[in-house]
Design a protein around this ligand. Structure first.
Ligand code: SF4
Length: 381
């Protein structure tokens, strides 16, 4: 079979079904990536969300015996909201990072990969494949880099010359020996903007991320937000993207190629107070299709409380007092107590003192103490 011709037909078809960029890679083990993984793990920099052993993550043949090539795809996503609602005093809004706008990209990219698979199934008897998007064993980024989708930036993201880093990635291992593409001969040059702009120092050196310090990762954890990072999130309630916003390759980038990724302003910038009152059912109905809902509502609500503290939103005090007094989840009670203190109103401090007499959970009491410390900071000013 003429694999080069089949490759060209597949590229043409990929454009027809709305894939913005496609590339082809070999299935050689990702040796360099494996040693980086080992270093990351030794340094304690991994996120813990990764799937599979290091061997499975770097040796495609282990995932699909007979693997001959990997097809990498990229879809560009929008960066600006039409009719962007403002977050104003008395009506504060949170923000989902752009990678969570619209329908969950895992679903959209999987559909595209399924279409590519159907196309190949019709042409190649005995075709075999294994597709993954983000949650599979393979590193989407390592595959995309090898397949020439983009180069690996100092912010650890894949940067495509056409679409910047605002792209979703997915891949399909196949048993078809497609001719491979070449990695791009491009890089960051002398730029260090993302490293300089990262508020937590999570980008410890070019191309090395300590996920444990990365705000995007921390917005997805379920426990208390570490103290030192609480005031750095601004109004982000899911994800964080300063390392993308400052990148020169992303300047002016805003592609609206896919209806599925169009942001609903009230979902991607939800009213913070409303989010705190949402029931499980409402949450599922409203936010369930967004990538940012995958950890459930608790981390988002915790972050919404931190965003209200960031704004020192006094109209939120009653809601926060109610949460501190009544919410069954210690993380929410404790974070609410801290936020009440941060907002810094007399009645808030008195409410913390009262709640403290009833509270049994040591970690919540600790947050209440931290909340009350804001009063002494205020009086000593
Ligand atoms: Fe590279 Fe600069 Fe973009 Fe960072 S901000 S990824 S250093 S080009």
């Amino acid at each position: 079979m003429a694999y080069q011709q089949l490759k060209e037909e597949l590229i043409t078809y990929s454009k027809e079904i709305g894939i913005d960029k496609i590339g082809f890679a070999s299935t050689e083990p990702f040796a360099e990536f494996k040693s980086r993984l080992e270093e990351q793990q030794a340094l304690g920099y991994a996120s813990g969300f990764e799937k599979g052993t290091n061997e499975e993550r770097t040796e495609p043949e282990r995932l699909m015996p007979g693997a001959e090539s990997i097809i990498a795809i990229a879809l560009a996503y929008p960066t600006r909201i039409k009719n962007d609602p403002k977050s104003v005093k008395g009506d504060r809004r949170g923000l989902f990072a752009r990678a969570s706008w619209g329908t969950d990209y895992h679903i959209v990219l999987k559909e595209k990969l399924d279409k590519l698979a159907s196309f190949l199934q019709e042409k190649v008897p005995g075709f075999q494949f294994s597709s993954m998007v983000d949650t599979g064993e393979l590193s989407d980024r390592a595959v995309a880099e090898r397949a020439g989708i983009g180069f690996s930036g100092s912010n650890t993201l894949i940067i495509s010359p056409e679409y910047g880093s605002y792209i979703y990635l997915g891949e399909m291992i196949t048993n078809i020996p497609f001719p491979a593409d070449q990695p791009l001969d491009e890089g960051c040059g002398t730029c260090t903007k993302c490293i300089d702009a990262c508020p937590t120092g999570a980008l410890v050196e070019p191309g090395r991320l300590n996920a444990q310090q990365c705000l995007a990762f921390l917005t997805q954890t379920k426990g208390f937000m570490p103290d030192e990072h609480r005031e750095k999130l601004g109004n982000y309630i899911y994800g964080y993207e300063t390392c993308q916003v400052v990148c020169p390759y992303n300047k002016g980038v805003d592609f609206h190629h896919h209806e599925e990724f169009e942001p609903d302003p009230d979902l991607v910038k939800p009213r913070l107070i409303d989010l705190l009152a949402v029931s499980n059912r409402e949450f599922k109905e409203k936010f369930g299709k967004m990538a940012g809902s995958w950890r459930g509502k608790k981390p988002l609500q915790r972050n919404a409380i931190l965003a209200l503290a960031h704004y020192k939103e006094s109209s939120a005090i009653d809601t926060l007092i109610k949460l501190m007094n009544e919410d069954p989840r210690p993380v929410i009670r404790g974070t609410a107590a801290w936020a009440i203190g941060k907002i810094g109103e007399e009645r808030g401090f008195r409410a913390i003192e009262q709640a403290m007499q009833r509270e049994k959970e040591p970690e919540v009491i600790e947050e209440m103490e931290k909340g009350l410390q804001f009063e002494s900071i205020a009086t000593n000013k």
